[in-house]
Design a protein around this ligand. Sequence first.
Ligand code: PMP
Ligand code: GLN
Length: 382
Amino acid sequence: MISSKLPNVGTTIFTTMSQLAVQTGALNLSQGFPDFNGPQALLDAVGRHISAGHNQYSPMTGLPALRQQVAAKVARQYGVTVDADHEVTITPGATAAIFCAIHAVIRPGDEVIVFDPCYDSYEPAVELAGGRCVHVQLGADSFAIDWQKLSDALSPRTRMIVINSPHNPSGALITRAELDQLAALIADRDIYVLSDEVYEHLVYDGARHASVLAHEALYARAFVVSSFGKTYHVTGWKTGYVIAPPALSAELRKVHQYVNFCGVTPLQWALADFMAEHPEHVEELPAFYQAKRDLFCGLLQGSRFQFKPVAGTYFQLVDYSAIRPDLDDVQMSVWLTREHGVATIPVSVFYQQPIPEQRLVRLCFAKREETLRQAAEKLCAI
Ligand code: PMP
Ligand code: GLN
C-alpha cells in the first residue's frame, strides 16, 4: 500500500472540465487559456532562435536579456528598480515559481494563510513542504479581504501569507490601501508574502494594478510571481518569473536549481526579443481584454445569469440561481457542458469550506469574438 503524501489531491477541476468539453464537443470556457495565438513576431522569434542553435541550457537564473527586459518592464509599469541579476529569476511557469518560493521558506509545522476561493496549486506545495494552509474566506460578494478574519487566523506559526491580485476566480483587485493594511498587520511579525500577480496586466476600467513590487515594506519580505503565458497568450509555454529581494531570491534559487535548473531556452530568447521590440504589448492588454469582457458581458445581458463585470483577469463569474438553484455548481458545470454545450468552472472547488448557498460558475473570456458570440448565444437560450 502506498501512503500518499497528498491524500486529498485528485485530478484538477481544470483537467476534468477541459476533458469533458473535448468529449462532449462543448465550447471550452472552463480552463483559463486563449483560443487565439500569441503575437506572430513572438512565434517567429522562437523558430529563429531554435534554428540559430539556442537549444542548450540557459543560465540557472534565466537568460540575462530576459531578466533585463523584466526589470525594464517593472520600471516602466510600477516605477521601481529591481536588480535583474539578483532579484529576477526565470522559472518554467508561475506554478514552478510558486512551488519554489514556498519550498524556499516553509518548514514542517509552519502555517501559510491562503484566501478562499483559492487557486489550487498553493496548498499541495505547502503540504509537501510539511506546512499547513490556514484558509481565510474572502467576502462572499466583494471577494475582498476580511481583516478581522485575517487577524484572527494569524498565529505564532504563521510563516507566509499568499495573496493573488487580480484574483482567480473572482477577478477582484487588492487595492494599494489594502496592501498598506496588510503591511501594518504583519509589520512586527516574521511572515513572508507570496504575491501571485500572474494577471497583473489584465486590469480594467482605468484601474491600476497595485503591485507588491511597488510597496516597499511588503516587497522587503515578498516573492512576486508573474507568468509570460498570460501576458503573451501562450499558456502552454509555461514560462514565468519571480521577483524577490536578493536574500530571498538566493534562497529561492537554491530550490529552483534542483527542481528545474532553468527555463526553456529558445522561449526565453524569443520573449526577450519580443519584449524589447514591442513594449507596447503590455500597455495594450487592458484594452484588448476589456473589449472582450464588454462584448461578452453585453451579450450575456440577454441571459438569466446575473453578474457584475469583473475588475480584472480573463474570468467572469456568473450567478445561476435564477436558472437552476437546485443544482450545486459542480452539477451545474456538468449540466451546462453536456446539455448546453458550454464548459465552465465551478467556484466551490476553490474553497476549503464551500458556501452552501453560493451559485457561481466561472467563464473564461480569453476567446475569439466568434467563440464568445457562440457561447453567449447558447447561454442566453437557457
Ligand atoms: N496562479 C494563478 C492565479 C493562475 O491562474 C495560474 C494559471 N494557470 C497560475 C498561477 C500558473 O501560471 P503558469 O501557467 O505560468 O504556471
Ligand atoms: N490557471 C488556469 C485556470 O485557472 C488553469 C491552469 C491549469 O490547468 N493548471 O483556469
